[in-house]
Write a new protein. Structure first.
Length: 559
């Protein structure tokens, strides 16, 4: 066979051709990106330094969750409440001012979640947190009423029973420094399983801890994919060490949720069989009203405290426009009833159970852990909480009731203040469906931009919270709240896509924290300024939620 002589001039021809192709591609990319309408509009906003074509991608390259909070604070100081960046053709805008945030969150047009939520799909499917359009509207209409006050009130004994269980388990930690988040994660999973899911564990082994730990590691992986460009594309992620770990964690997570669905489905079947025997008429208009009719006391009178000071949302409408006496069904039972009448599929139920289990536990675990740490760092504020609880319960070791929670005014302010300084969901991401003009300088945010509403920073604006970094529950005195812009306090988001579990969360936090605090005094040797915050999907302490406890009275409450 003849060998074709390869000369040095052939090589140099090849190399120069490749260079020309590469340079042409670069110039084309430069013009395509830098002159695109989105990037031109983004460049009008305050913005950190960037490089051509890659834009601000390099900023996130070496970022870690521990740096993100620091970086956010630094940029807010430097650039203000609107910050624009671009990553190639992707435009991202950070919004911090309540007036600008209101435009996005109150709109029924900008309800689509950003692309970043897609990483949740193998875990949550297309559940309420992620889905959009007609499916979101249909599911929201069904799910929101399952968190109606009439149902939440029936959960109080279960909140209390699990809280007392925790108080007993904490006995082993008296006098030692320990991480309270591990305990609170486990108990919040158990509470959710027994309330919204309606599956009683009773004497059986509670499975919350394994599930909660798997969720924590799973959130780590998802968050890493948000900021580490090398893990964003599925094709690259699949070959990383995280893909195998994700598979293992999802099998732990889904084995709990699958068994919860199976158990409750069996329950509902048994109930139907019993009803059939008693020939009770079935209600076939479930979807229309999402209620079952029976006599119960109206929610109106007793729920004043839970309307509170947030922006009004569909949860308030459901509670207030409660005409007649209704008995509503809790979340999973309602889903399964809807399946019986062909209005919910097995897959949809699976997606929503996984969504509620995640959203419902990790957020309240973080919120309650931050509350205990903050109280440990503020003995004076804790003493006021103890005083309030002593006024309500005296020396009695009786159970906590719904009525008691309405009297926990100071504890409520402590919880609200905790969620201000340490919002468990530190930011919300939306995708713009059309151009939006915001209040700040009339800037125009282009269609398709990812808007990041950074409530962590909104909650620290001095204009709305004088001495914003000081833990001061009196920020939530009624007169203070009335003077403040509604969107200056959005731990549960606001508008049509606000948190459906907001009232559930507040009620559960009150029962859980009051039960712990009736029994223990908390101490911590760290001031809240020294908490090392970790900007994960759910805000955490990188240095651990370390506290010490000591019994308040000679004996703990025994139930
Ligand atoms: C302190 C506790 C909680 C906080 C701070 C919190 C916060 C939030 C926030 C900020 C959102 C909006 C997220 C976004 O748009 O990306 C949200 C949505 C949601 N939350 Fe919560 N949440 C809490 C507790 C709960 C609980 C207990 C449940 C259920 C039992 C729950 C269920 C949901 C669901 C299903 C959504 C999606 C709503 C929709 O898109 O229509 N959350 N939550």
């Amino acid at each position: 066979m003849d060998v074709i002589p390869v000369t040095s001039s052939y090589f140099s021809f090849m190399i120069s051709s490749l260079l020309v192709v590469f340079a042409t591609a670069l110039i084309a990319a430069y013009y395509y990106i830098e002159t695109s309408r989105a990037v031109r509009l983004i460049k009008k906003l305050p913005s950190p330094p960037h490089v051509p074509i890659l834009g601000h991608s390099l900023i996130t390259l070496k970022a870690s969750p521990e740096d993100i909070i620091e970086k956010g604070l630094e940029y807010y100081e430097k650039y203000g409440t609107v910050i624009g960046v671009y990553l190639g053709t992707k435009a991202v805008v950070f919004l911090i001012d309540p007036q600008d945030i209101e435009i996005i969150l109150s709109s029924s047009v900008h309800i689509d979640k950003s692309q970043d939520y897609q990483f949740f799909k193998p875990w949550l499917g297309d559940g309420l947190l992620i889905t959009t359009g007609d499916k979101w509207r249909r599911h929201r209409k069904v799910i929101a009423p399952t968190f109606h006050m009439n149902i939440l009130k029936t959960f109080v004994p279960l909140f209390y029973e699990n809280s007392i269980d925790l108080v007993q388990r904490l006995r082993d930690q008296i006098g030692k420094e320990f991480d309270c988040h591990d305990y609170l994660s486990a108990v919040t999973v158990d509470i959710l399983t027994e309330t919204a899911m309606g599956v009683r564990k009773g004497g059986k082994k509670k499975t919350g801890f394994d599930y909660a730990m798997a969720v924590m590691k799973m959130s780590d992986i998802l968050h890493r994919r948000h900021y580490d460009v090398s893990l964003r594309a599925d094709i690259l992620f699949r070959f990383s060490k995280f893909a195998k770990l994700q598979e293992k964690l999802l099998s732990i997570i889904h084995s709990l949720t699958n068994s919860v669905i199976k158990e409750k489905a069996r329950d509902v079947e048994e109930k139907h069989a019993k009803n059939q025997q008693q020939k009770e008429p079935q209600n076939d208009k479930l979807m229309e009203s999402s209620v079952m009719t029976k006599n119960t006391e109206s929610a109106k009178n007793n729920t004043a405290n839970y309307k509170l000071h947030y922006v009004r949302d569909d949860l308030d409408d459901i509670d207030e426009n409660d005409i007649g006496d209704k008995k509503r069904l809790a979340f999973l039972e309602m889903m399964l009833e809807l399946k019986k009448v062909g209005q919910m599929t097995d897959e949809e139920i699976w997606e929503e159970v996984n969504t509620i289990m995640f959203e419902g536990h990790d957020t309240t675990a973080a919120g309650s852990s931050f509350a205990l740490c903050a109280l440990g760092s503020h003995p004076d504020i804790q003493a006021r909480v103890h005083e309030e609880l002593d006024t309500i319960f005296g020396d009695s070791d009786r159970q906590c009731t719904f009525q008691d929670t309405l009297e926990m005014k100071y504890l409520e302010r402590v919880i609200l203040e905790t969620l201000r300084l340490f919002p468990p969901v530190p930011l919300i991401a939306r995708q713009l469906n059309e151009d939006v003009k915001i209040v700040t300088n009339n800037y125009v945010l282009p269609k398709s931009t990812t808007v990041l509403v950074v409530q962590f920073l909104t909650h620290r604006i001095d204009k709305y919270y004088p001495n914003a970094t000081v833990f001061n529950p009196d920020n939530f005195l009624p007169e203070k709240m009335q003077q403040r812009h509604y969107y200056a306090y959005i731990p549960f988001s606001a508008g049509p896509r606000s948190c459906v579990g907001r009232k559930y969360a507040m009620l559960k936090l009150k029962v859980l924290l009051s039960t712990i605090l009736r029994n223990y005094r908390i101490t911590s040797n760290k001031s809240i300024d020294d908490f090392q915050l970790r900007g994960d999907i759910i805000l955490k302490r990188h240095d651990g939620f370390k506290i010490k406890i000591e019994p308040r009275k000679s004996g703990l409450i025994n139930q």
